[in-house]
Ligand binder design. Structure first.
Ligand code: NI
Length: 186
């Protein structure tokens, strides 16, 4: 099932999400729907608050990214970043801000403790696109969006695009949650 995606101005994107205590059939279903929703929107990462569930769960799939063709989809639950190394700049986008892109500086390498799709505890180091997408999605669990991390000067340049989300006229190639559609529909 393809779930509608919450947009920039939706309150749930600003809340701190709650840890999961385990995995039940409802969680398994949510994970399946999140993968379907992410692929339908041609995304490479999706956090549960983006589809209306304020829990610390995210999915990612880099197999569509060049240089990452053989990657397997990944489920990350209750992530904690244990260590950070280096910095790099990369352009980011977000399914909750359709059409908006911007440069963000983030640590280049992270050591992450998390639980996988079987709720087993994992500790692993991630670099490259993995480090980038994981940090972007973990931000979603803490109510942070990538535009919050942009340089003020760059952010001012896209402020008009952000204002459009608030006014309610959202154009996206995938279903959007109703909360955003205060002005225009269909
Ligand atoms: Ni995002």
């Amino acid at each position: 099932m393809i779930l509608p995606i919450n947009i920039y101005s939706d309150d749930i994107l600003r809340k701190k999400a709650k840890p999961l205590k385990g995995i039940d059939s409802g969680t398994e279903e949510l994970i399946l729907f999140m993968f379907e929703t992410m692929r339908n929107a041609a995304g490479i990462g999706l956090a549960a608050p983006q589809v209306g569930h304020s829990v610390r769960l995210l999915v990612l799939d880099l197999s569509g990214v060049s240089n990452y063709p053989d990657e397997k989809p990944m489920v990350v639950i209750n992530p904690h970043i244990l260590a950070l190394k280096g910095y790099n700049d990369m352009e980011e986008g977000c399914l909750s801000l359709p059409g908006v892109r911007g440069d963000v500086e983030r640590p280049a390498v992270i050591t992450l403790k998390y639980r996988n799709e079987r709720f087993e505890e994992m500790i692993a180091e991630f670099s490259g696109m993995y480090a980038r997408v994981l940090q972007h999605e973990i931000d979603h669990l803490n109510g942070v969006l990538f535009v919050d991390r942009m340089e003020k000067r760059d952010r001012r340049k896209i402020q008009k695009e952000l204002d459009v989300f608030v006014s309610g006229t959202v154009n996206a190639a995938y279903p959007i949650a109703r909360q955003s559609l205060t002005v225009l529909e269909g």
